[in-house]
Design a binder for this molecule. Structure first.
Ligand SMILES: Nc1ncnc2c1ncn2[C@@H]1O[C@H](COP(=O)(O)OP(=O)(O)O)[C@@H](O)[C@H]1O
Ligand SMILES: [Mg+2]
Length: 314
C-alpha cells in the first residue's frame, strides 16, 4: 500500500487512454456506490456508449444489480484478480447487456491487497498501479469505464483511484456519515494524486437515497461536503431519491432501475392482485419510473460535466 515516503521505478501508464475512467468512491458503505456505478454504466451502454464496469469489491454486488451473481458468468473475481496480479489485459465478461461488459468482482478481488504486497514487496507504487496497467491494455475498446470501489479498504481504493481520471462521490444526507466517508476517500484521493496519478480529479458529489430533492437539503449537504473536502466541491444537481421498494426489487430481479421501469409495463392489473390471482410480489413499484428518471438525469449530467471539463483542459 502507498505511504508518504517511497521512491521507486514505476510502470509506464498511458494516461490519455484512461481519460474516460470514472471511479465511484466513498470511505463508507451503504451510500450508493454500487447502485450508481451499475446504473450509470448501464444507462451509458443503453444509450449506445461502449461501456465497461469494473467491480473492484470482495462482495461482487454489481452482480446483484445486473443479475449474473452466482450464475455461470460469475467467476467470483478470478479473471480480475489474475489481470491485476500479473499486469495482463483485463478480460471482462462480454455483453452482459448490449454494449456493456463487466470485470466481475468477488472474493478473489478481496485477496488482491495481501497478494500484491507479497508479490511486489517494497514497490508500493507498482502495487497501486496494477489495475491501471491491466485496464490500459483494453481501455481503447470503450467509450466509458466505471469502477465500483469498496469502502474501508485503502489498498483497493488506491488501486481504483490510481486507474481513474475522475472520481464521483455519492453521499447520504447525514453529516456524521458525510464527514467519515468523505474524510476517508479524500485522504486516499490526495495520496494517489501526489504519488502515482496526478491526473485524478473530482467530477462531483451526488446525494443518494434522499427523501427529498429540496434545495435546502442539497445546500446543507454541499456545506458538509465543503467542510470535509474543501471549497468549490462540485455537487451534482441530480439527486437519487429514496425508494426501498425499488432497491429491493432491482436486486431481487437483477435489473437496473430503467429495466425495472420497463418491467412495470407488464404489471398485472390491480383486480388480478385483489382477486388473489397473482401475488403482490409480482407488481413492480411505480416509483421505479421516478428513480429511473433520477438515474438518467445523473448520467446525462455526468457526461455533460465530462465534456465541459475535457473542453476546459483542451
Ligand atoms: N433509491 C434508493 N433508495 C434507497 N435505497 C436504495 C436505493 N437504491 C439502492 N438502495 C439500497 O441502498 C443500499 C446501499 O446501496 P449500495 O449501492 O450497495 O451502496 P454502497 O455500494 O455504497 O455500499 C443497498 O441495499 C441498495 O439496494
Ligand atoms: Mg458497494
Amino acid at each position: 500500500m502507498l505511504t508518504d515516503h517511497d521512491e521507486e521505478h514505476v510502470p509506464a501508464i498511458d494516461w490519455g487512454c484512461l481519460s474516460r475512467v470514472l471511479v465511484v468512491g466513498n470511505g463508507k458503505g451503504g451510500v450508493g456506490k454500487t447502485t450508481i456505478a451499475a446504473n450509470t454504466g448501464g444507462l451509458a451502454a443503453a444509450g449506445g456508449a461502449r461501456s465497461l464496469i469494473v467491480d473492484l469489491n470482495g462482495q461482487g454486488n454489481v452482480g446483484r444489480e445486473l443479475g449474473y451473481r452466482k450464475g455461470p458468468l460469475d467467476d467470483e473475481g478470478q479473471a480480475l484478480y489474475e489481470a491485476v496480479m500479473n499486469g495482463t489485459p483485463l478480460m471482462p465478461i462480454r455483453d452482459v447487456r448490449p454494449n456493456l461488459d463487466i470485470a466481475v468482482g468477488g472474493p478473489h478481488v478481496g485477496r488482491l491487497p495481501a497478494h500484491l504486497s507479497l508479490k511486489y514487496d517494497g514497490h508500493s507504487k507498482r502495487q497501486a498501479l496494477m489495475l491501471a496497467v491491466a485496464l490500459q491494455q483494453v481501455a481503447d475498446n470503450y467509450d466509458i469505464i466505471v469502477i465500483d470501489s469498496p469502502p474501508e479498504n485503502p489498498p483497493l481504493q488506491q488501486l481504483s483511484l490510481a486507474a481513474a481520471r475522475w472520481l464521483i462521490v455519492p453521499v447520504k444526507s447525514d453529516s456524521a456519515a458525510i464527514e467519515d466517508g468523505l474524510g476517508g476517500i479524500a485522504r486516499q484521493f490526495a495520496l494517489v494524486r501526489k504519488k502515482v496519478n496526478p491526473f485524478l480529479e473530482l467530477l462531483g458529489v451526488v446525494l443518494f437515497a434522499s427523501g427529498t430533492s429540496s434545495t435546502a437539503i442539497r445546500r446543507g449537504v454541499a456545506d458538509d461536503v465543503e467542510r470535509t473536502i474543501g471549497k468549490g466541491t462540485p455537487m451534482f444537481e441530480s439527486v437519487v431519491r429514496h425508494s426501498e421498494a425499488v432497491a429491493r426489487q432491482s436486486r431481487e430481479r437483477g435489473l437496473l432501475v430503467h429495466e425495472l421501469e420497463q418491467a412495470a409495463a407488464n404489471n398485472p392489473a390491480f383486480w388480478q392482485v385483489r382477486a388473489g390471482e397473482v401475488s403482490s410480489d409480482q407488481v413492480v413499484s411505480q416509483t421505479s419510473k421516478s428513480v429511473a428518471e433520477d438515474m438518467a438525469r445523473l448520467t446525462r449530467e455526468v457526461f455533460t460535466r465530462l465534456r465541459q471539463r475535457e473542453g476546459i483542459r483542451a
